[in-house]
Design a protein around this ligand. Structure first.
Ligand code: IPM
Ligand code: MG
Length: 369
């Protein structure tokens, strides 16, 4: 039996609730597909601070290093302990640190609006066309998130200034562009590269390098779009997009916008991948939504993003494409059956039934195989 080692880091807020349902689904996959998942849970985020004094405890980090993939929940509680320095807060000390530590430069966020959830899309039906299906490919370890200098300083009496640096090298742009073009080949063969080449040096270089890499993929069509126009086009005509290739910050912003089109942030999984060595791609899989502290612990959260993230893990890190597809199919079954967590519920849908986190997870697990 093939066994995969999974580090399951649930984190804060709704993380533990949705992680529980993802593990339930993985257990169903084990039985149906004859696979073994050695799942080890460990604390991260505020849970890490409570358990071991830091957002990414040493034991948690070594567990990740000894695993084939990381299944991650979410971290960060903005209202908790404002005196904790920003460098030690979970967003930077756990999430950004893991991205950098494991070289997870490619973030894939597949946004898909299922037909049955057309009502949950904020756009009028005629703008939804035959369905919205966009893959946001976001560069994840460069740009303004990590560029140096990054600091706040006092320039004169009573005046401070904050500095973030946007910086990209050609190899960083090249490798993420290859990811986007390869992904497009498996889809509708179109890449829209997002930049701000009319203002930023980074934008000019980005456009130049992406165009050059694109020459190696003559079967994929490439267009360039300024980020402000991209944001607008997403709400005007989202069906024009197949793969959207973005630098770190633009991808952060546009992927939330795109997720809203797919009904809810609670539906959006994500995969963060590093370089492939041999057949293995180490990956980090997390729902794109946050900790949602307002609904945490109430059995209200939508577990689908977490469950779909585990499907991405099976596909990208383990190469178990059938098992991954089975999870995605099971999610479709649950949705078509009318089950709805609060974020995708509408009283205008006659067959809709309100479901809690546990009921949704159980229905998806039951639909495996
Ligand atoms: C995301 C999140 C993170 C980011 C935050 C929590 C640091 O918004 O994964 O999109 O900005 O990358
Ligand atoms: Mg974000």
């Amino acid at each position: 039996m093939k066994t995969y080692r999974i580090a399951a880091l649930a984190g804060d807020g709704i993380g533990p609730e949705v992680m529980r349902e993802a593990i339930l689904v993985l257990r169903a996959v084990e039985k149906t597909f004859g696979l073994g998942f050695a799942i080890t849970e460990a604390p991260v985020g505020w849970a890490g601070i409570d358990a071991a004094g830091k957002a990414l405890p040493d034991d948690t980090l070594s567990l990740c290093k000894n695993s084939d993939a990381i299944l991650f929940g979410s971290v960060g509680l903005p209202d908790r302990d404002p005196t904790l320095p920003k460098e030690e807060r979970p967003e930077r000390a756990a999430l950004l640190r893991i991205r950098k530590e494991f070289g997870l430069f490619a973030n894939l966020r597949p946004v898909q609006l299922p037909k049955a959830l057309a009502h949950a899309c904020p756009l009028r039906p005629e703008r939804q066309g035959d369905g919205i299906n966009v893959l946001v490919v976001r560069e994840l370890t460069g740009g303004m998130y990590f560029g140096q200098p990054k600091k706040t300083e006092t320039v004169s009496e009573g005046v401070r200034r904050a500095i973030d640096t946007m910086v990209y090298t050609t190899p960083e742009i090249e490798r993420i562009a290859h990811v986007a073009f390869k992904a497009a080949r498996l889809r509708r063969k179109k890449v829209t590269s997002i930049d701000k080449a009319n203002v930023l040096e980074n934008g000019i270089l980005w456009r130049e390098v992406v165009a050059r890499v694109g020459k190696g993929y003559p079967d994929v069509s490439l267009e360039h779009m300024f980020v402000d126009n991209g944001a607008m086009q997403l709400v005007l005509k989202p069906t024009q997009f197949d793969v959207m290739l973005c630098e770190n910050m633009f991808g952060d912003i546009l992927s939330d916008e795109a997720a809203a089109l797919a009904g809810s942030l609670g539906m959006l999984p994500s995969a963060s991948l590093g370089a492939t060595s041999g057949e293995r791609t180490f990956g980090f899989y997390e729902p794109a939504g946050g900790t949602a502290p307002d609904i945490a612990g109430k059995n209200l959260a939508n577990p689908i993003a977490q469950i779909l993230s585990s499907a991405l893990m099976l596909r990208y890190s383990f190469g178990e494409t059938d098992a991954a597809a089975a999870i995605e199919k099971a999610v479709g079954v649950a949705i078509r059956s009318g089950l709805r967590t609060g974020d995708i519920y509408s009283s205008s849908e006659p067959q809709a039934r309100r479901a809690g986190t546990r009921e949704m997870g159980a229905a998806i697990a039951a639909a495996i195989g």
